[in-house]
Every structure is written in C-alpha cells, then in structure tokens.
Design a protein around this ligand. Structure first.
Ligand code: S3P
Length: 175
C-alpha cells in the first residue's frame, strides 16, 4: 500500500508532545495534520476545560469518539489524539483500521514538567497533579499498550522524535 493510503496516529498521555510532534511529522511527510482536541474545541466552540466544566467528561468523550470516527475514515493524515482517546476501544479500533499507531511514552516527571503551566487540562487540575499522573498512567497502561509502535520521548528532542516516527511510518507503509 502507498503511504498516503494510511494515517500516522499518535497516542499517549497528556504532555508527551503529541501535538508538536504530530505537526512536525506531518510537515516531513507532506501530510495534512489534525489534532483531535482542537477539532473538539472547534466543534463545541469552547476550550477543553470549559467543555468539562459545562458538560462533563462523558459528553466530552462522546464528541471525541464522533470526531475520531470522522477522521479515521480518511487517509494521508497525521492524527494527534487526546490522552484519553485509548479508553474507548472503539476509538482505537477505528484509528488502527487505516492507521499506524505510535504511542509516545514519558516518565511521570517529564509529563509533570510539560503540563505544569497548562490550565487547559481539567483532569490534572487538582491538589497533587504528580500523584494523579502516576495514578492515571497506571490505570491506563493496558489501554496505551494497544498500539503498533512505541517511542520513549523522555530523553529526545521534538525533532528526533518526529524523525523516528516518520522512519517507522515509512518502513511500515511500503514507500
Ligand atoms: C485527556 C487529555 C487531553 C484532553 C482532555 C482529556 C485525558 O488531551 O483530551 O483533557 O483524558 O488524558 P492531551 O493529551 O492533548 O492533553
């Protein structure tokens, strides 16, 4: 299959760099880039934290699944997902149907450093975000394991990670 018949999909916990890496990988491949969280915000005309506050997580997840379904039916795209997309098996099945899924992994300390200044992450808006990160990583481990490849981003630059991801994608999509 030609690589344009597939998508490159990034999954991973909050703060692992899915959006910046996805954007860079898309420009290297000459693919369109889509950020599922940004699409949800556009759809609702509201930032993520306001969606959670006004409608609750369940509603957010419903919209997330709808948007994932829409984009995973297309091809030739780099898709960056929100950290909780893997929790619904239907989402990950849809994304894997026409996509190579790369999980971006990072140590809790790296995640903490990356998310600590961002107020648009309602799930980490709590008394002790570091404990919450460790707890959620543990609870979600089995869901994140549902991938084709994994990259540990803890010690790498955005450029190195994007390059690695593009290499994996090219090797596995026959171009
Ligand atoms: C979430 C991750 C967020 C966003 C929402 C829920 C999660 O995306 O979708 O706040 O459940 O892990 P990022 O991973 O892009 O921060």
């Amino acid at each position: 299959m030609n690589s344009k018949g597939l998508n490159l999909v990034f999954t991973g916990f909050m703060g692992t760099g899915k959006s910046s890496i996805g954007k860079l990988a898309a420009s290297k491949l000459g693919f369109e880039f889509v950020d599922i969280d940004k699409e949800i915000e556009k759809h609702m005309n509201m930032v993520i934290s306001d969606i959670f506050e006004n409608f609750g997580e369940q509603h957010f997840r419903k919209i997330e699944s709808k948007i994932v379904k829409e984009f995973s039916s297309r091809t030739g795209m780099v898709i960056s997902t929100g950290g909780g997309v893997v929790l619904n098996t239907e989402n990950i099945n849809n994304l894997r149907e026409k996509g190579i899924v790369i999980l971006l992994k990072a140590k809790p300390e790296v995640i903490y450093r990356n998310v600590s200044k961002d107020k648009n992450r309602p799930l980490l808006n709590c008394e002790n975000p570091m404990d919450r990160i460790v707890e959620l990583l543990e609870a979600r481990k089995q869901y994140y394991d549902n991938n084709d490849f994994e990259i540990d981003v803890s010690e790498l630059s955005i450029e190195e990670i994007a390059e690695k991801a593009v290499d994996i994608f090219k090797k596995n999509s026959c171009i």
